[in-house]
Design a protein around this ligand. Structure first.
Ligand SMILES: Nc1nc2c(ncn2[C@@H]2O[C@H](COP(=O)(O)OP(=O)(O)O)[C@@H](O)[C@H]2O)c(=O)[nH]1
Ligand SMILES: [Mg+2]
Ligand SMILES: [Zn+2]
Length: 291
């Protein structure tokens, strides 16, 4: 039976790419019974009558993200604008926790560099991001800046562009691939954020090899599947210190002999990152139980 990859899911249909052919497929009812939802990125087996198809099997996934919903990515490009909307370091740290939890590599992409008049401001944000230990790329789709740097990261990978709406994800993909004409929208001056122009997750096959997904933006991201005692594992610079706290089960808040707090005090961990750790820990403790 033919096999392919789901590149788009829309209105109950899955679009499966097999070589140069795109098959419009339904999913078998058995998936619903088993609680499996096929995702964009899934490798699937399907049957076809020559025009339409039916997805009959979903292969085991190497990774899975809930927001945006996508399977088998090995890399997330976290897209954050330097301005319009203003750079949001807390949201960046939240995304980083989620990609770490999913076991996916992250690349930070700072967009709209042309809008920041002060080079010192860009330097400050860039330095902060680099110090966490992730690759950082500064881009401008308008000024065609940093586009080739992004391309180098995409080749051969299955990547997702993730970030708030209006930060310039679709514009960046259009700048990367001139034959693409993804819809983009000006951000609302009143709300200071983007409109949701990209309404679904869609995988694009790269001419150089690999795949990249454009995704809709979203305004919130929660920690439903992350427990308080694992949160520090998803802060890269804290993970290395975790065996060194005096108490097992240390949550790094005010326990004596805490190696994380010692590193914050010594300036080895950025205090802003630690503050976000405490914010997220509180958010996890305050969350309503799920039934
Ligand atoms: N000045 C400037 N504006 C940009 C840049 N990239 C995107 N924009 C604008 O930001 C708005 C949102 O872009 P879009 O690509 O739709 O964002 P998305 O929601 O993340 O896909 C549009 O008005 C774009 O023209 C850039 O590099 N510089
Ligand atoms: Mg978009
Ligand atoms: Zn500790």
């Amino acid at each position: 039976m033919p096999q392919g990859r789901i590149v788009k899911a829309l209105a109950g249909y899955y679009y499966v790419q097999d070589g140069d052919t795109l098959w419009q497929c339904r999913a078998r009812g058995v998936f619903r019974k088993k609680g499996i939802t096929p995702l964009v990125g899934d490798e699937v087996t399907f049957e076809t009558n020559g025009t339409e198809g039916t997805v009959t099997e979903v292969s085991a996934r190497t990774s899975e993200l809930v927001r945006p919903p996508i399977a088998n990515i090995d890399q997330a490009i976290l897209v954050f604008s330097l301005a319009e909307p203003v750079f949001n370091p807390q949201l960046l740290d939240k995304f980083l926790v989620h990609t770490e939890a999913a076991g996916v590599d992250a690349v930070i992409c700072l967009t709209k560099a042309d809008l920041l008049a002060e080079p010192e401001e860009v330097e400050r944000i860039l330095k902060r991001c680099k110090a966490i230990g992730y690759p950082v790329i500064v881009t401008s789709s308008k000024g065609k800046h940093g586009i080739e740097d992004i391309r180098a990261y995409l080749t051969g990978h299955l990547s997702v562009f993730a970030g708030q709406s209006g930060v310039g994800k679709s514009s960046l993909l259009n700048a990367l691939f001139s034959e693409l004409q993804l819809e983009t929208a000006p951000i609302s001056q009143k709300l200071g954020r983007g409109k949701h122009t990209t309404r679904h997750v869609e995988l694009i096959h790269l001419p150089e090899g690999g795949w990249v997904a454009d995704t809709p933006g979203f305004s919130s991201l929660d920690f439903q599947s992350i427990e308080a005692n694992e949160l520090a594992l998803y802060f890269k610079e804290m993970r290395a210190l975790l065996g060194e706290c005096k108490f097992r089960g240390c949550l790094h808040v005010n326990e004596p002999g805490c190696s994380v707090r010692a590193a914050v005090e010594a300036g080895e961990i950025q205090s802003a990152r630690y503050k976000h750790y405490l914010d997220f820990l509180q958010e996890i403790k305050d969350r309503k139980p799920r039934y």
